[in-house]
Design a protein around this ligand. Structure first.
Ligand code: MN
Length: 256
């Protein structure tokens, strides 16, 4: 078995570089906000159990509380009603956790229009330039949004509601129903645009992708360090039995 030996040799020699795509998880990590009539996801919180003190003289440890969808996280198909009979986060096949990725870069467009949407024709143009999307791969959407580190910057509330980039319904439908991709990864707090409550269907990335048994990765960073093609993403969520998602450490391997 020389392929694994090649992998470890590539990592130790620096020919393969590891890039962390994970947002730091603290009590300040931005998170999704829903209208007040709905249940809300929890901020990440650490509760100290002991720290080399009379509660535990030789050891430091914490309990933590968090939403499944807080910070950098993995959306399982059963997160959405369209996928309610599909996989929970604990039963997503492990093969999905190591996957090729391509990166579409719309950061310049988003800088001019925070409501910018990736359309189907952008994907066609990407494939014309870089070749077909990889089977079982992730489409990572670089929007520049990860430079927004506060809750207010990330949600970007305006008179018409949250303004953040995403994908058109037709684009989401095509990825879900026709593409060989297993899911999308974004820099925003969720896979859908800030205005996606008003789309038809509402929240099309959630509705189409999760309904087709596909996945989402939210709140990624460092996508500017990835090439358009050739990345391998490691994203292995907690095995929460029956859960709808999980915070996840997302790592990218690129050839240096
Ligand atoms: Mn989510």
């Amino acid at each position: 078995m020389t392929i694994l030996a090649d992998l470890t040799a590539g990592l130790s020699s620096g020919q393969i570089q590891m890039i962390d795509l994970t947002t730091p998880l603290t009590d300040q990590t931005p998170l999704l906000e829903l209208p007040p009539e709905f249940g809300q996801t929890a901020r990440f919180e650490l509760e100290e159990i002991s720290r080399y003190d009379d509660r535990g003289p030789a050891w430091y440890w914490n309990n933590f509380r968090t939403g499944e969808h807080t910070g950098t996280h993995f959306d399982a198909p059963n997160h959405w009603i369209t996928g309610k009979d599909k996989a929970d986060i604990g039963s997503v096949p492990i093969e999905a956790f190591v996957a090729p990725a391509v990166v579409i870069d719309v950061a310049d467009q988003v800088a001019k229009d925070p409501n910018y949407l990736i359309e189907r024709h952008h994907l066609t143009a990407f494939e014309d330039e870089h070749g077909p999307f990889p089977a079982g791969g992730w489409l990572l959407c670089r929007t520049g949004w990860s430079s927004r580190v506060t809750q207010a910057e990330m949600i970007n509330n305006t008179e018409t509601g949250p303004a953040s980039p995403g994908m058109s319904p037709e684009c989401a439908r095509w990825i879900a129903e026709e593409s060989p991709l297993q899911g999308i990864g974004v820099e925003t707090v969720g896979t859908d645009a800030g205005a996606a409550h008003s789309f038809d269907p509402a929240f099309p990335c959630h509705s189409f992708l999760l309904g087709n048994g596909k996945f989402g990765l939210a709140q990624l960073m460092n996508l500017d360090r990835l090439p358009p093609t050739g990345t391998v993403v490691l994203a292995s969520p907690l095995k929460i039995v029956g859960g709808s998602g999980s915070p996840v450490r997302v790592l990218a391997m690129v050839e240096g």
